[in-house]
Design a protein around this ligand. Structure first.
Ligand SMILES: [Zn+2]
Length: 404
């Protein structure tokens, strides 16, 4: 803020020197043969200006849309990246779980095999005992039981026999319990494995989907960045053309001065173009477009709080050289105050002067409004001195700062 003020003061000082220099050095006059300003010249200029402004208006709209789109896409991309990170962690976790389940299953299968072998051993031992008993002639019904083709069949048959040796019964019971436990354990583990595998598949599918979305978002961002470069080029082109238009305004102003035989010019001495407000909502100079590397030059100041009803006054005596309307500036007026010295008033709702009108300082020339591009009613006010746009706040120093 301080630096800005110092800069402004420095610019004002330099400018003061410029004015002195201009006073001491006779102005170079255009050749007397120079063609006089005609309505056709001004009409041509107006037409060019209109075309230029509608182009710029369109680009500005695209730029703000682009800015919003880009911000949304970046936000979306960041969220997608976050999601992908989470999903990837989830997948890694699931894969670990699956690996653990696979090891468990393997262990269980081994356990089951061992148990089955143990079971077989136990059966054989049991058979030996029974055969020994049979050989001794102590048990007769065992031979019936030995017609069973498997141990399981035998176990079933035994349910109806109560007179089995206690020790053998215990062994058989233990084997049955063990077998059931192992079967249940294996079933549980297999179910868990299936669940984990389908969870893993679902997560992998989701992950692929998200990766696709991320690729799409990245592509969109890339496209937008390319568009930005194009827009920047168009903006630069428009800026260059506006400079050209500015040069035309200056040329018109100089020719008019030459025509009127009025070759001396005194800069400064402007009054506020409105009396209802001194709130400046946007200052002169560089403005950010929201796109890195692309800034536009604010060619004047914006005066807010003027509504649609403030009378606009000529800031200085002069001759109207443009009274027209276009898409960006809306209804606007340019007054020449001498060679290379003009003031511009934009976004009016009404104009009460036309090209060629000679105006006094403080004379009403129109009414404020919001025609053209802008957010709500305000007066955009420009000053050109010595053919260059200058900061109006060098002169209108009692302003109220209302910008960020
Ligand atoms: Zn403005």
């Amino acid at each position: 803020m301080k630096t800005k003020r110092i800069l402004r003061a420095a610019v004002a000082l330099l400018f003061a020197f410029g004015v002195l220099a201009a006073d001491l050095t006779p102005l170079r006059l255009p050749p007397q043969t120079a063609s006089a300003v005609t309505q056709a010249d001004i009409d041509k200029l107006k037409k060019e200006s209109n075309a230029l402004s509608s182009k710029k208006s369109e680009v500005n709209k695209q730029l703000s849309a682009l800015k919003k789109d880009k911000a949304n896409t970046l936000k979306r991309k960041a969220l997608l990246d976050q999601q992908i990170d989470l999903i990837s962690a989830e997948i890694a976790n699931t894969e670990q779980q699956i690996a653990q389940y696979e090891t468990l299953i393997e262990q269980t299968e081994q356990e089951l095999n061992e148990t089955q072998a143990q079971e077989a051993d136990q059966y054989e031992l049991f058979c030996k005992r029974v055969r020994a008993m049979e050989e001794r002639g102590t048990v007769s019904y065992w031979s019936v039981l030995f017609q069973a083709s498997s141990f399981e069949e035998l176990l079933g048959a035994m349910d109806f026999i109560s007179e089995v040796m206690e020790a053998d019964q215990r062994v058989i019971d233990d084997l049955r319990v063990l077998q059931a436990q192992i079967a249940e354990k294996q079933q549980t583990l297999e179910t868990s494995l299936a669940e984990q595998q389908s969870a893993k598949e679902a997560l992998a599918a989701k992950n692929n989907e998200l990766r696709d979305q991320r690729t799409e978002a990245t592509g969109l961002i890339k496209e937008m960045e390319e568009n930005e470069a194009d827009y920047k080029d168009v903006l630069a082109e428009i800026e260059a053309e506006e400079e050209k238009t500015q040069a035309e305004i200056v040329r018109l102003s100089k020719e008019l001065a030459a025509q009127q035989g009025n070759t001396t010019v005194t800069y400064g001495g402007y009054i506020w173009p409105v009396t209802t407000s001194k709130r400046v909502t946007s200052p002169f100079g560089k403005r950010n477009t929201g796109i890195s590397g692309a800034s536009t030059n604010h060619r004047g100041i914006d005066i807010g709080g003027v509504y649609y009803s403030s009378t606009v006054y000529a800031a200085k005596a002069g001759t109207v050289i443009i009274s027209s309307s276009n898409n960006v500036r809306g209804q606007y007026i340019v007054i020449s105050h001498g060679s290379g010295n003009t003031t511009t008033y934009q976004h009016l709702s009404k104009r009460s002067v036309s090209v060629g009108t000679v105006v006094k300082q403080g004379q009403a020339i129109g009414v404020t409004g919001s025609s053209g591009v802008g957010s709500g009613p305000h007066l955009h006010f420009e000053i050109t001195e010595n053919g260059q746009l200058v900061d109006p706040l060098k002169y209108l120093t009692d302003y109220v700062k209302a910008w960020n």
